[in-house]
Design a protein around this ligand. Structure first.
Ligand code: NAD
Length: 353
C-alpha cells in the first residue's frame, strides 16, 4: 500500500479556531462575492439572522428552511430565494442538513459556498450531495458540490445538545472507520482517520460531563474535520450501504442509525481485515466492535435498532436491499450474514469480535 496509491488533496480552504466565524465576511470578499444568502434550519433561524446582521451589506437575505435529507422541493424554494435576492454565494450555518441545502444550490448554480458547521457530521468537506425526490434518495459526487471555504468555530458548538453531539460524532467516526479499510485508501487518509478517531475518544467523555468545555469542543470539531475529509476522499463500504438502506427505506434518523450500526459493521469487517482495524481496537480498547460498543454505551448513545421503531420484517427487507447492489466491502457479504448482523444491532447486543 505504501508503494502503490493515488492521492488527491482537497481544494477547500479550512479555517479553524474559536471566534473565527466572525471572519465569514472577509472570506466572502476573498471569494470575490458581495451578496451572500445565509442558510439554516428553522431551529437555527435566530443564529442565521444574527450572522446576516453581522455580515451587513454582504448579506442578501436568510433562507431558514433546510431540513434533513435535502428534499428537492425545499431546494426549489431556496432557489427562488437565491434568484429573488440576487445572491452570488451562500453561507450555510448548521449541521449536515443545512450544508446539504447549500450543496444542492451550488450543484445547480455553481455559486461558491462558505460553510460554518455546528455538528460533527462532516458533510462540509465532501463533494457528495444526497437528495430526496418522491421518497427516493440519490447521491451525486461532483466538484461543484465541495464547499470552497469551511470555518470551524468551536464556540458555535458549545450549545449542541449532548445527545446530538454523541450521535453526530459517531456518524463521523463511521466515516473514519470505513476509511481505514477502503479499497482506495492511501497513507494520508489512514493517518487522518486514526487521528480523527483518537480526537473523538479524547473529547466525547468530557463533552457529556461538561458540554461547554471549550478544549473538548475544539478537539471534537477537529475530529469531525478529519473524519469528514476521509469520507470525501475514499470510498465507503458495508456500513454506509446499510445506513443508506435503513434511512432511505424506513426514514430512520441519520446520526442515530450510524451510531447504532457502527460497532456491528466494524466487528463484521474486523473478521476479514483485523490488521487494518487494529488502530480502532487500540484506541477504544478490547475488540474492534466490542470497544466501539462500550464507548458508545459509556456516552449514552442509542444501541438498538428496535428503539428506532423498526420491526424484524424491516430487517429482512434491509438485508435484501443492502445485498442486492452491494458496495465493495473487505469481507464478502451475503443476505444471511447481513440479516444476522442486523438482528444483533436490532437487539442492541454487544459484538464479540
Ligand atoms: P442536522 O443538520 O439535521 O441537525 C439536526 C438538528 O440540530 C437541526 O434541527 C439543527 O438545526 C440542529 N442543530 C445543529 N447544530 C446545532 C447546534 N450547534 N446547537 C443546537 N442545535 C443545532 O444533523 P446532522 O447530523 O448534522 O446532519 C444530518 C444530515 O447530513 C443528513 O441529511 C445526512 O444525509 C447529511 N450528511 C451528508 C454527508 C455528505 O457528505 N453528503 C455527510 C454526513 C451527513
Amino acid at each position: 500500500m505504501r508503494n502503490n496509491f493515488t492521492y488527491q488533496g482537497s481544494a477547500a480552504h479550512i479555517v479553524f479556531g474559536e471566534g473565527r466565524s466572525r471572519e465569514a465576511g472577509a472570506w466572502i470578499e476573498k471569494l470575490g462575492c458581495s451578496r451572500a444568502l445565509v442558510l439554516s434550519t428553522p431551529q437555527q433561524r435566530a443564529d442565521a439572522e444574527a450572522l446576516a446582521e453581522r455580515l451587513g451589506p454582504l448579506a442578501a437575505g436568510v433562507f431558514a428552511g433546510a431540513v434533513m435529507h435535502t428534499p428537492v422541493e425545499v431546494t426549489a424554494k431556496a432557489m427562488e430565494a437565491v434568484n429573488q435576492s440576487g445572491a452570488d454565494c451562500v453561507v450555510s450555518l448548521g449541521g449536515g442538513s443545512t450544508t446539504g441545502l447549500g450543496k444542492a444550490i451550488a450543484y445547480r448554480t455553481d455559486l461558491p459556498q462558505v460553510v460554518i458547521p455546528t455538528t460533527y457530521a462532516g458533510s462540509e468537506v465532501t463533494p457528495i450531495l444526497g437528495q430526496t425526490e418522491g421518497g427516493r434518495k440519490t447521491t451525486v459526487r461532483h466538484p461543484s458540490i465541495l464547499p470552497e471555504v469551511v470555518i470551524y468555530d468551536p464556540e458555535l458548538t458549545l450549545g449542541l445538545p449532548v445527545g446530538m453531539s454523541v450521535t453526530s460524532a459517531l456518524n463521523a467516526m463511521a466515516h473514519a472507520v470505513e476509511a481505514l479499510y477502503a479499497q482506495d485508501r492511501n497513507p494520508i487518509s489512514s493517518l487522518m482517520a486514526k487521528e480523527g478517531l483518537s480526537a473523538f475518544k479524547t473529547s466525547l467523555p468530557t463533552i457529556i460531563g461538561t458540554p461547554r468545555d471549550r478544549e473538548a469542543r475544539a478537539e471534537a470539531l477537529y475530529g469531525a474535520w478529519l473524519s469528514g475529509t476521509v469520507l470525501g476522499a475514499v470510498s465507503m463500504a458495508l456500513h454506509h450501504k446499510i445506513c443508506h438502506t435503513l434511512g432511505g427505506t424506513f426514514d430512520t434518523p441519520h446520526a442515530e442509525t450510524h451510531a447504532i450500526m457502527l460497532p456491528h459493521t466494524a466487528a463484521y469487517n474486523a473478521a476479514a481485515v483485523p490488521d487494518l482495524l487494529e488502530p480502532v481496537a487500540r484506541t477504544f480498547g478490547g475488540s474492534v466492535g466490542g470497544g466501539l460498543w462500550d464507548f458508545a454505551k459509556s456516552l449514552g448513545a442509542p444501541l438498538a435498532l428496535k428503539d428506532l421503531g423498526l420491526s424484524q420484517a424491516d430487517l429482512d427487507r434491509t438485508a435484501a436491499i443492502a445485498t442486492e447492489n452491494p458496495y465493495w466491502n473487505p469481507r464478502p457479504i451475503d443476505r444471511q450474514s447481513i440479516r444476522a448482523l442486523l438482528q444483533d444491532a436490532w437487539e442492541g447486543n454487544r459484538p464479540t469480535n
